[in-house]
Design a protein around this ligand. Structure first.
Ligand SMILES: [Zn+2]
Length: 204
């Protein structure tokens, strides 16, 4: 049975050729850091990254991927590894929450939650691939259902130790829309010398 993808956007390439990425990569990092360490610390990250102008910018459109990339680099340089990882993961979860609140129509969310997990996973993976530019910028994203399912990003512009931001995004999406027991791991990472970043999603 052929299934229409209820999350399909207008036809377009998954990778954004200009290296633009969704603004929540910055907005939610700032929010997660402010919650954890205070507003002054959040502003300090932008200053330390040489991106003071972006700290107060109104971000309501796609932004250059170099901006969040520099902020995450600075985060890992400025904070102990565990703290930076937790903040980046929380920024990812917040980004997924934003996507679910504002980008996925209510009836589609209800459908995904009602479907058997394998079917919901297939639809969510298709949506992730088709909307990949929002979280992969110029990276090329491929998603495939399986046991486990896989999301691969070649040229991941937001590669960071453990790619905890992407793990946070995918974990929250799959746990909220597919199965509470969904688990996301990151067994291959460009940051660790692998050819691409691969995320694996087990449903139970
Ligand atoms: Zn990675």
């Amino acid at each position: 049975m052929a299934l229409a993808d209820p999350l399909a956007p207008p036809a377009g390439a998954a990778a954004h050729p200009d290296g633009l990425i969704g603004p929540n990569a910055v907005i939610q990092l700032r929010a997660a850091l402010a919650e954890r360490a205070g507003e002054a610390a959040a502003l300090g990250l932008f200053l330390r990254a040489g991106l003071a102008d972006w700290a107060e910018a109104r971000l309501d459109a796609m932004i250059p991927q170099a901006v969040p990339a520099a902020l995450f680099e600075t985060l890992f340089a400025a904070y102990p590894h565990d703290a930076a990882s937790e903040i980046a993961a929380e920024a990812g979860r917040r980004t997924a929450d934003y996507v679910m609140a504002h980008r996925i129509p209510g009836p589609v969310k209800a459908l995904l939650k009602a479907l058997p997990a394998p079917l919901a996973a297939r639809l969510l993976l298709k949506a992730i691939q088709r909307n990949a530019w929002t979280f992969a910028g110029s990276g090329v994203c491929r998603a495939a259902y399986g046991a486990p399912s896989r999301v691969e990003i070649a040229g991941n512009p937001l590669a960071m130790p453990g790619c905890v931001w992407h793990v946070g995004v995918f974990s929250r999406l799959f746990q909220a829309l597919v199965s509470r027991r969904a688990r996301v791991t990151h067994p291959a990472c460009a940051r660790a010398g692998d050819p691409l970043c691969r995320f694996e999603i087990a449903l139970d």
